[in-house]
Design a protein around this ligand. Structure first.
Ligand SMILES: Nc1nc2c(ncn2[C@@H]2O[C@H](COP(=O)(O)OP(=O)(O)OP(=O)(O)O)[C@@H](O)[C@H]2O)c(=O)[nH]1
Ligand SMILES: [Mg+2]
Length: 334
């Protein structure tokens, strides 16, 4: 299985991804082997509010990279499929032009059916796609900041997709996304208000630049990457996120978007930040794994002693069991 995946065998990769999803014994050992002999993929995250056009842009970016002779892997994560009534079908339809292209591998993930959480499942798929030798991996996630999938911990570069007329949502962007955006795409630029959105974003960036005294990456207590800033923004090493207007449905601005990402990729190489991001990704992956393992261990022990979790929950609810004491005790024993 390891050799077949590394040779780029699509069926072996699809099977491995399914097995990982289903928790089939042995699949994690395969993943481990693959992890230790990685490929060379550049991982690009696309994130933004539901319906912003992330899948449409992803589709166009696939075409762009294929034209340049690069192989592409895609992970589309949708924890909120009610918005589209099933992202998996939607993504298939939107990206169907590439369904028969052997140079493209598309994998959709929904919340259900992923043992150990979406974050880990996403990172597993990225590992497999990388091992397959894909040149570029596009990871689409819905949501902004509060998402279960920490896209910044997974990708080398992150494109934040916004749309005209977001008003309040730009406020929301201010909170978390500014920190993770390497490139902004203002999609649906055929709609009114695109220039206004560009201006709003630009104002936020200007504000940030004027308050920042230092630039660089560190981790906050939530083990996310944050910019600590270690130098004057006007010195080399400061990355100013470009804002690109796009119309995904008409293939407008897509080359500019891809080129902005390419400039960021070059910046990462030049400044050594790519390595930093890979360390950040390793950190996030490891913590997610550890959390899973500890939780599994704790729940198994709990089941031995206290019975089914639902029964215990009922006892906690009617105050006949003490959740604080139980949690302390379990954690202590682990
Ligand atoms: N007018 C216009 N419509 C667009 C544009 N890009 C995408 N759309 C439409 O917007 C809708 C949502 O596009 P998607 O690509 O599915 O958006 P998404 O962000 O992937 O959506 P979710 O994955 O459900 O969050 C579709 O009907 C697209 O055809 C654009 O540039 N202009
Ligand atoms: Mg989508």
């Amino acid at each position: 299985m390891v050799e077949r995946v590394r040779a780029g065998d699509v069926r072996a990769a699809a099977r491995l991804m399914r097995n990982l999803d289903d928790g089939i014994p042995g699949s994690r050992a395969v993943l481990r082997e693959l992890f230790l002999r990685p490929g060379h993929a550049f991982v690009l995250g696309l994130t933004g509010p539901p319906g912003a056009g992330k899948s449409s842009l992803t589709d166009r970016l696939i075409a762009y990279h294929r034209k340049a002779g690069r192989t592409v892997g895609v992970v589309a994560v949708d924890p909120t499929s009610p918005f589209t009534g099933g992202a998996i079908l939607g993504d298939r339809v939107r990206m169907q032009d590439h369904a028969l292209d052997p140079g493209v591998f598309i994998r959709s993930l929904a919340t259900r059916g992923n043992l150990g959480g979406l974050s880990r499942a996403t990172s597993d798929v990225v590992t497999v796609l990388d091992a397959m030798g894909k040149d570029v991996i596009l990871v689409e996630t819905v949501g902004v900041g509060q998402d279960e999938v920490e896209i910044a911990g997974l990708a080398h570069s992150v494109v934040v997709v916004s749309i005209p007329g977001m008003g309040d949502e730009v406020q929301a962007i201010k909170a978390g996304v500014l920190e993770i955006a390497d490139v902004f795409a203002v999609n649906k630029a055929d709609r009114e208000g695109a220039d206004r959105t560009v201006k709003d974003l630009q104002m936020m960036l200007d504000l940030r630049r004027s308050t920042a005294t230092r630039g660089g990456l560190d981790h906050d207590s939530e083990h996310r990457m944050t910019r600590t800033g270690a130098e004057d923004p006007h010195e080399a090493g400061w990355w100013e996120p470009p804002i690109v207007k796009t119309i995904a449905t008409q293939d407008v601005g897509v080359v500019e978007l891809a080129e902005a990402v390419e400039r960021h990729r070059a910046h990462l190489e030049r400044t050594g930040e790519r390595k930093l991001r890979e360390v950040a990704r390793a950190r996030a992956t490891f913590l997610a794994l550890l959390r899973d393992r500890l939780m599994q261990g704790a729940l198994a022990r709990l089941a031995e002693r206290e019975g089914h979790l639902d029964e215990l929950a009922a006892r906690i609810a009617d105050r006949s069991a003490d959740p604080y004491e139980l949690a302390d005790e379990l954690a202590g024993r682990l």
